[in-house]
Write a protein that binds this ligand. Sequence first.
Ligand SMILES: [Ca+2]
Ligand SMILES: [Ca+2]
Length: 197
Amino acid sequence: MLVADREGIVRHIGRGASGLSAAAASIRELLTLPPPTIRLPITSLDFGEDVPAGEARTVTLVVRNTGGKDLSITNLESDLEGVTFSLTELTVAPGERATVDITFTPAKGGPFSGTITISSDDPENSSVTVAISGTAIVVSVNPRADFDNDGEIGFSDFLAFAQAFGTDNATFDLDGNGLVDFPDFLEFARNFGKRLP
Ligand SMILES: [Ca+2]
Ligand SMILES: [Ca+2]
């Protein structure tokens, strides 16, 4: 009695009754689909060195199933406060991959790091981790560019600025050189779209 797998590798050689049951066991083993296997192409995610504090940034995590049965991901969580996931439960078919968007909103400036823990029904790796890191920056806003004082440097401010362009109106002369000119426009443009803290 000889049992070989699909690649032709001999899995069992035996004779007699005891050899038969051993052969049956090795055939059963070959016919059984391998369990789900979680694979992460990368084990660390970088959010970048320029995440504005208070603003959300999203990176994408790829999860593969290299096993023979459906992989059930039962939870994703992070020890870093402010991390959210596009989904925390999903099923990945054998040989397939899935993506999860991971969003982080830093509360303040400075480097940050943490860990994402993924729980699944992979019998060998029921819990795998991904390191996350990055640096948040505090974007400075010039409050003087909010000409109409509504808390936001927006289009209404731009209209007011455009009207004052070329004059000596001190309110719009952001660099204080005595004229509302192009450097003031550059400073205004840098602040455009931002809100005052
Ligand atoms: Ca405004
Ligand atoms: Ca000026």
